[in-house]
Design a binder for this molecule. Structure first.
Ligand code: TYD
Length: 209
């Protein structure tokens, strides 16, 4: 069956500008059928898990619980939303996916990286994005951009944590250079969107198979 579906994930530390890029990409991909999702969230169950994860009152969540909750939210999202979207030939644009868990709970919290990769495989049925755009930025700049937000539980972790997460993402990009493309997110948003389209366009031009 011919299907020109495409699965793209956006990754980066807090404040890297994913939301602004998504808005730009929606405009630039207007002639396509685009399905936007965000993690954690996107289904009734996953949104309930999101509330649990981001609530600053939940100080007692230990890293293993945290990882498993993100994974649980993700498996539900893959089954209910991502797989059907791809089967219908859509471009699925994900604000965070598997690499977030490896970067935050692995490199950030110190959980075992390979175990998290195996769990990711389990909870997604092995579904990986065709393309992952990593918006790279320093934690200081990320924090500056978030200055007006009320920080959630993860955002309260501070610069050292964000630095570990950033390094983790860069390591993942070195391991999978074909899938994960690094974009300098300190640039202004139109330039970031241009670079994102530079990676997306060839996939749109490809013959569906
Ligand atoms: P969100 O408000 O969606 O932040 P952002 O706009 O930066 O994506 O909150 C998601 C938070 O959850 C963010 O701090 C990253 C964190 N996170 C993990 O720690 N592990 C994960 O697997 C995912 C998907 C997110």
């Amino acid at each position: 069956m011919k299907n020109n579906s495409l699965f793209i994930s956006l990754e980066g530390i807090d404040g890297c500008g994913k939301s602004s890029l998504i808005e730009k990409l929606i405009t630039r991909l207007a002639q396509h059928s685009v399905l936007c999702i965000r993690e954690p969230g996107g289904t009734v169950i996953s949104e309930k898990i999101r509330d649990m994860l981001l609530d600053i009152k939940n100080k007692g969540i230990i890293p293993r619980t945290e990882a498993l909750l993100y994974m649980a939210a993700r498996s539900q999202l893959v089954e209910e939303i991502i797989n059907p979207g791809l089967a219908a030939g859509k471009i699925v644009l994900a604000d965070r996916y598997i690499d977030s868990t490896v970067a935050y709970q692995g490199y950030g919290r110190g959980l075992e990286i390979n175990l998290l990769k195996t769990l990711n495989q389990f909870c997604t049925g092995g579904l990986k994005p065709h393309l992952t755009l990593l918006l790279d930025i320093t934690p200081e700049e990320g924090e500056r951009r978030r200055r007006t937000d009320i920080p959630d539980r993860l955002e309260k972790e501070g610069i050292t944590f964000q630095e570990k997460v950033r390094e983790g993402y860069l390591q993942l990009a070195r391991e999978e250079p074909d899938r994960i493309k690094i974009i300098d997110a300190a640039k202004e948003i139109e330039a970031v969107a241009d670079e994102a389209m530079h990676y997306i366009q060839p996939l749109l031009d490809k013959d569906p198979s």
